[in-house]
Design a protein around this ligand. Structure first.
Ligand code: SF4
Ligand code: MG
Length: 386
């Protein structure tokens, strides 16, 4: 195996007036280099917060309070080994044991992110080509001096911080970066990229701007592309085109994709492995086959049962009856997070179940007593128990 990213025991809390919200409550996952890993769940399950925790985009009142995020990259491990020996295990670095400034320097160069709303990635008053060229230059400065993590983080800060003031007055720094920006626009399928490079974001259609955002994300030649609901806002035809594009780019560049979605059809089409998220936990994970064919968790069963045709245009998660539980620490209690919606809840589900490995692939794991115990209706909890 060649795990590029391994997350262990990740906990992200939000400290609010109502109390501590356990948005990510002990997530484990491992992503193989070159794979597409899907995290699927309803809104509010914690899947976006998990992704944002990995690339260090959690702002106050949120905070990562526990866990390890091991990123495998020999060059990066060597660059930080002297200063942070405790964060290193051979060619892996625990991103939670290096300073935030160095973590941030990985964004745009080692990790890139694309979002549902491409508008948020672009400054409306700067041409698309200039903004992509700027991302290219960040990468070039970083790779010109790969051992200097400090230079890297300063570059990043300079470019991300001051889009308004620094960039506004600035044209392309080099013609090489302009050419690379045009190449990238071509790579993501923008017609007439030379002309389109000089247009502003508002002159692009939604699908085209989505492609441009992907071009911008690729400018740093990232190891890992984090895609959070990248096609949710698009109509079905464009959605299919963008997913094809991501697949093609992955094949061409060898990058790894972490895909966040509520759409099981997208998972079935794109992913090698998948984690099903519910109420801050990954309740079942494994290969696509483990989770789609050999699932054990009643929540997974409910999701799949509600999607008659995964390959079709639909594939949206239907709500399972009942509500997502409160993630407030003082309301969570000790029971299985899914207990009050679970048709198979039994007495022993009132103790939070550990994660059980099951018989599928090595990575097939389920957080449910049914992985170990047969359902016994003698022990079933009455429907009105909760
Ligand atoms: Fe249902 Fe019990 Fe499994 Fe939770 S542990 S999902 S309540 S069967
Ligand atoms: Mg989200």
């Amino acid at each position: 195996t060649d795990e590029i990213l391994r997350v262990e025991g990740l906990k992200t809390r939000f400290f609010t007036d109502e109390g501590q919200v356990n948005a990510v409550d002990g997530v484990d996952l491992a992503i193989e280099r070159g794979d597409t890993y899907g995290i699927v769940g309803e809104s509010g399950s914690g899947k976006s917060v998990t992704a944002r925790s990995i690339i260090d985009l959690i702002d106050s009142p949120g905070e990562i309070t526990d866990g390890e995020i091991w990123y495998r990259n020999r060059e990066f491990a060597d660059a930080v080994a002297d200063d942070y020996p405790d964060a290193i295990d051979d060619d892996q670095v625990d991103l939670l044991r290096i300073p935030p400034s160095i973590r941030r320097s990985l964004r745009g160069t080692h990790f890139s992110m694309i979002f549902q709303d491409p508008q948020s990635s672009f400054n409306p008053s700067i041409t698309v080509g200039e903004q992509i060229a700027e991302a290219v230059e960040v990468q070039q400065r970083a790779s010109a001096n790969p051992r200097s993590t400090r230079a890297r983080s300063q570059n990043y800060t300079l470019t991300s911080m001051a889009l308004g003031t620094v960039l506004q007055s600035k044209r392309y720094v080099t013609s090489a970066s302009r050419e690379r920006a045009i190449e990238l626009l071509e790579l993501v399928g923008i017609p007439d990229p030379v002309e389109r490079a000089d247009e502003y974001p508002h002159e692009y259609s939604g699908g085209m701007l989505q492609r441009a955002m992907i071009a911008q994300a690729l400018a740093g030649e990232p190891d890992i592309l984090v895609a959070d609901e990248p096609t949710t806002a698009l109509d079905v035809t464009i959605q299919a085109q963008i997913l094809d594009l991501l697949d093609d780019l992955k094949a061409e560049t060898g990058m790894t994709i972490l895909l966040i979605t509520h759409n099981l059809g997208v998972v079935a089409r794109m992913c090698d492995r998948v984690g099903v998220m519910y109420a801050g936990e990954i309740v079942e994970r494994g290969t696509l086959e483990d989770v789609f064919d050999d699932y054990v968790h009643p929540y997974t069963a409910g999701l799949l049962g509600s999607v008659p045709d995964l390959e079709g245009a639909g594939g949206r998660l239907q709500p399972i009856s009942g509500n997502v539980p409160s993630l407030l620490d003082h309301e969570m209690g000790d029971r299985c997070h899914f207990a009050d919606r679970c048709p198979k809840a039994m007495e022993n589900c009132l103790n939070h179940p550990p994660e059980y490995p099951t018989s599928g692939s090595d990575d097939h794991a389920v957080r449910c007593v049914l992985a170990e115990t047969e359902y016994d209706d003698e022990k079933a909890l009455p429907d009105d128990y909760f």
